[in-house]
Design a binder for this molecule. Structure first.
Ligand SMILES: [Fe+2]
Length: 222
């Protein structure tokens, strides 16, 4: 299973960058989780990384904030009629929005947490090494989103939790550390959360930025 970070807040040489978050997931299915703020950033970075944004099986939106859905009109032009799993509250030209409310399995081996507080979802994906959880901004709390995915998927622990953790408290990060083997704070997690994870849980900490490719089999390479 491969995760490609098409954009994170942290830049990389040769790639465009802005405030936003977008991950291409490739395993049994090929789908985009969130679409950054700008379609041109996704177009440039995918080309530079040698990745096509066509031929997606579906797409997922964590929540209706511009730094997560801004690039979806581009995805709609490249994949007309593609299904977008999203909490209620918006539309994207060219995409067919399927509103997510409750936790459940959206595709074979892929679970949604449901729209927590009616607002934001995370997904869990079954990989050879275990369950990989991707979050957007974690407004409802990265610990609550992770718990919801573990509950619906019947996994006891996540192999990896990756995404924006929204400036979490240390208590939240400690709770998360009990639920995950590896943790990759990105996007809106904040420098303080990253520094704490790196210091307190060096064996779990995975560093990611724009352009990072994680091959998730055993231990993800940072
Ligand atoms: Fe965000």
């Amino acid at each position: 299973m491969r995760l490609t970070i098409l954009n994170d807040n942290i830049p990389s040489k040769g790639l465009l960058n802005d405030w936003g978050w977008s991950v291409l997931v490739e395993e049994r299915h090929r789908f985009l989780f969130d679409a950054d703020t700008r379609g041109d950033v996704l177009a440039h970075n995918s080309k530079a990384l040698g990745i096509s944004l066509k031929n997606l099986d579906f797409a997922v939106l964590s929540h209706w904030h511009g730094d997560h859905y801004g690039g979806f009109p581009l995805i709609g032009r490249l994949n007309p009629g593609l299904r977008l799993y999203a909490p209620s509250g918006g539309r994207i030209e060219g995409l067919s929005v399927f509103e997510v409310r409750e936790a459940g399995e959206i595709s074979d081996g892929i679970w949604t947490s449901g729209a927590l507080d009616g607002f934001e979802q995370a997904v869990g994906i079954e990989a050879p090494s275990g369950l990989v959880i991707i979050v957007g901004c974690s407004h409802p709390g990265v610990d609550r989103l992770t718990e919801a995915i573990l509950r619906v998927s019947s996994y006891k622990k996540a192999h990896l939790v990756i995404g924006g953790f929204h400036y979490p408290s240390r208590k939240t990060l400690d709770r998360l550390a009990e639920m995950a083997e590896f943790i990759a704070p990105a996007h809106c997690s904040g420098d303080e959360a990253k520094a704490y994870m790196k210091r307190r849980y060096p064996e779990k900490f995975v560093e990611v930025r724009t352009g990072t490719v994680l091959e998730v089999e055993g231990v993800p390479a940072g």
